[in-house]
Design a protein around this ligand. Sequence first.
Ligand code: HXC
Length: 520
Amino acid sequence: MEEISRMKRERLLGLRKAAQEGGGPERVKAQRGQGKYTARERIERLADPGSFIELDKFVLHKCSQFGMEKNKFPGDGVITGIAAINGQKVALFSQDFTVFGGSLGDAHAKKICKIMDLAERTRIPVIGINDSGGARIQEGVVSLGGYADIFYRNTRCSGVIPQLSLIMGPCAGGAVYSPAITDFIFMVEKTSYMFVTGPDVIKAITHEDITKEALGGAATHNEKSGVAHFSAASEDECFERLRELLAYLPPNNSAAHARMPTSDPVTRDNARLKEVVPSNPKKPYDIREIILDVVDDGRFLEVHKDYAGNIICGFASIGGIKIAVVANQPLVLAGVLDINSSVKAGRFVRFCDAFNIPIFTLVDVPGFLPGTAQEYGGIIRQGSKLLYAYSEARVPLVTLITRKAYGGAYDVMASKHIGADVNLAYPTAEIAVMGADGAVNIIFRNELKGLTGAEFKKKKGELVAGFEEEFANPYKAAELGYIDEVITPEETRHRVYQFFEALQGKKKAGPERRHGNIPL
Ligand code: HXC
């Protein structure tokens, strides 16, 4: 009797050991040789020590073609389970490249679906670590079905639980569409890449020569395509970034936000900001200086840092209240709105609205970028995404105009008219249809006609000064109630905190409808 029980125990321990070993020592060595951790090591490094509970460790595939019946590994190339990260519960899957190249067959897909379903039921974030050769070729169309099952769940979970994707190896073909639907994508320099069709296919079809890294590496997707939101120099740095991000996110769309611990006094004045906004409207300055001085402890996690730098998006806290920040950046293209910045900020605003994160918007925008590239690229449709996102947002919205708010861009950047709760302005704000110079050229064309040299300069100067006095200030908008309060830069932190605190209980119902039709 004792002997049977010993044998049963040994069988269990043997299976556990096999599951632990992945594709075997040679393949593990190759994985490490590429500067990558194994699927298990990644979970160990990301999760709080001892917190990981694994599911489906002994799952095997049922494929019997191409000799696959003799080639099985417990777990089938993906590790799934529940863990804690900074004490926050999350569901995880981590693809194991050492087992069939992390490729996805029926059993592998079912494991991922099972953990996603559990995450949806228990309303906790889901984190996917992707390192895979794509659809498992031996399983054929079943693999394609498995991917579709995941895409379907990604879409169902969108806006319900945060979904985060870490790309830590190949992610190619249709497989890219799972991360694409998730909320944030992290990539690691040199070891991760994403593309729909790889360099060989591109060479055959378009005759372009391109490396995997140049086509779909971390730099490409963080700087050029905007597919990825974070880039890290190493896997460890990537885990660190993810932990930072997770600290700002709620577990689901109906959970209350815990306050961020801080000892930064909310009454701290922003003396440093007195001189930040230059009086010359043509002079650039770094809007980050304002953000960093206003938020708690100068802590600001920027999202999409290397993409569309003319708008800044990120997470911070003020008086412990977790907030999102969207800000025009005068340092890049004068902070103009263009296709990329509208799409970047539009998606960010929608994420924050889905997960009840209040939005602080800083405005210094000269308008929309002119040019055929923008018009042909659909700036009309693309720019409307940000307008739409702000208009449908139901979270607390506090807006601060630091300098320019011109034309349609004034309306778009969380103006009072599209639903902002509190609109503030510095005395340096210029809220107008356009800048004084351009406006004078149009409305005083006749007065200026025929004038030349010093005479022209003098007259134009007078007209510009008159226009600035009349329109290029925040007081006309304040008279109309479009601006609730004109504040000094020194008061920014305290005021912004007070308004977010006052808006904590905001409830706004949307109209009865299946969903709106955002211009995609
Ligand atoms: C089955 C696969 C596999 C796959 C890799 N392997 N990809 N097995 N199905 N898709 C296996 C290899 O046979 C090998 O097994 C092991 O994984 C490691 O692969 P290597 O090629 O040795 O590794 P490496 O040189 O690093 O190259 C990695 C790779 C390459 C670039 C990913 O393996 C590759 O090109 N794989 C095929 C990619 C592909 O075309 N996938 C289908 C894409 S279409 P052994 O036993 O030798 O260790 C797709 C559609 C999704 O995914 C559709 C969703 C709608």
